[in-house]
Design a protein around this ligand. Structure first.
Ligand SMILES: [Zn+2]
Length: 448
């Protein structure tokens, strides 16, 4: 064995150091490592009612560390960690951009899935099957991968970028995004614009959302005198409830007709769906057949777009759907205002007058994506909490050519679509982080 002199030895060491670090960094950025990191996040079971929030938080923190991002974990509510990451901009005076995502997912019926929902199995077509692959662990990881790409290219942000990984979106967000937006921490972040989740599209155009419909979860209750099942008499609870249901059904049909005729989008109509009917007198042997019950109840999931006058709508409920004259009462299990704290409709302007919208649109197009005209999200997302406090927020998930399977069995995302989404986010984040304008005409209302 030949002994190398010390100088040679140093050179050898240095070269092998370079080789291995370079190789390690290449490996980190290879498509297979990008996909396996996504699988790792998907494999953490964060389904309600027992989401493994700490595992998800640890995973995100480890990713942040590998990217040298600043991080903090906040528990606004015990056992519900929220991870906040920061990529500091060169000009700390510029307000920041927040990339929002939630770590929780909805429950699964495992036996109805082709592949186990937390295995993140990849089939021969490259489809990754997992709960959260569309809603929205994809987005949460894509933000980070986009930042990895930008860092690898030597890009440095001018404006600060924050990333939030919040709990509980799927159960209403009260202990997650709402706590964040109400906090001192959020005040100090000085956020000018929020990007949150959207929805997949089946065609080749991405969707972006400038508002959410507000849930009004209504329970109407009728009471009436009980009586023999063979007797005909007025004002039975059932009869009173059915009159309301008939009126609700007609309203639903008229909204649905507008949707079917293409006069309104799914986000623009008021959707009204019966979700439960409850009545009857039960014994261990089953329902009593010869007794008309004294109470009957119905639950209705109503979603209204921000253009709806909620007070007028509630008057309609009180007069037509639950009139006291028919012995009826009503209550809301959830009622989310369509207005922000300034009394204006909680919408984000999505046209050329909003520079953030322009930056988003241009970045998507420049990265080779197509964008459908902006719409109202049919459900509610965490973006509502930001808009309600006057912060502009757009919902966007870069998932095209994919059936929307959020909350459904066999939720999946193709790995090529996932990788393309990272390119889209890299373009968006670069555009936002480079945007150095402090003031512009019309810009003040966007808190630039
Ligand atoms: Zn979601």
């Amino acid at each position: 064995m030949k002994i190398v002199n010390s100088k040679h030895f140093f050179h050898l060491c240095f070269l092998s150091f370079l080789f291995f670090t370079c190789k390690a960094s290449q490996n980190q950025s290879s498509s297979s490592s990008i996909i396996s990191r996504f699988q790792e996040y998907l494999q953490i079971n964060t389904a309600h009612p027992n989401p493994r929030y700490y595992e998800a938080a640890d995973f995100i923190l480890s990713q942040a560390e590998s990217l040298s991002l600043e991080s903090q974990t906040i528990e606004f509510v015990e056992n519900k960690p929220l991870v906040l990451l920061k990529w500091p901009g060169k000009d700390p005076k510029l307000p920041a951009v927040l990339l929002s995502s939630h770590t929780d997912v909805v429950p699964v019926e495992s036996h109805k899935w082709t592949h186990p929902p937390f295995a993140a199995h990849i089939d021969s077509d490259g489809n990754i099957y997992a709960r959260g692959s569309q809603d929205m662990k994809s987005v949460g990881m894509q933000y980070l991968e986009a930042i990895r790409k930008l860092k690898d290219s030597g890009f440095e942000p001018t404006r600060t970028i924050y990333l939030s990984y919040v709990p509980d979106e799927e159960i209403g967000g009260r202990d997650g995004a709402e706590k964040l937006v109400e906090s001192d921490v959020f005040q100090k972040m000085n956020v000018a614009f929020v990007l949150d989740e959207g929805m997949p599209s089946a065609d080749d155009k991405y969707r972006a959302y400038y508002a959410d419909r507000s849930p009004m979860w209504l329970v109407i209750k009728a009471t009436g005198a009980p009586g023999h099942g063979a007797r005909l008499y007025d004002n039975t609870a059932m009869e009173n409830l059915l009159k309301s249901i008939e009126s609700i059904r007609r309203f639903r049909a008229s909204e649905f007709d507008m949707l079917k005729a293409g006069l309104k989008t799914t986000g623009e109509v008021i959707s009204v769906n019966l979700v439960f009917l409850k009545s009857g007198t039960q014994t261990p042997a089953g329902f009593v057949m010869n007794l008309q019950p004294s109470e009957a109840e119905a639950g209705i999931d109503i979603r209204v777009p921000p253009t709806v006058d909620q007070d007028a709508f509630e008057r309609r409920i009180a007069e037509e759907w639950a009139p006291a004259s028919r012995n009826m009462t009503y209550e809301f299990k959830e009622k989310f205002s369509t207005l922000d704290i300034f009394g204006k409709p909680a919408v984000t302007i999505a046209d050329s007058s909003n520079p953030w919208w322009v930056l988003l649109e241009e970045a998507v197009l420049n990265a080779g994506g197509k964008l459908e005209k902006p719409d109202i999200f049919r459900g509610a997302t965490d973006a509502s909490f930001f808009r309600q406090r006057g912060f502009p927020a757009v919902g966007f998930s870069p998932i095209a050519n994919t059936p929307g399977l959020a909350h459904d069995h066999n939720e999946f995302l193709n790995q090529q679509e996932y990788l393309k989404g990272i390119e889209i986010y890299a373009a968006i984040i670069k555009a936002f982080a480079s945007y150095a304008e402090q003031t512009e005409s019309k810009a003040s209302k966007y808190e630039l």
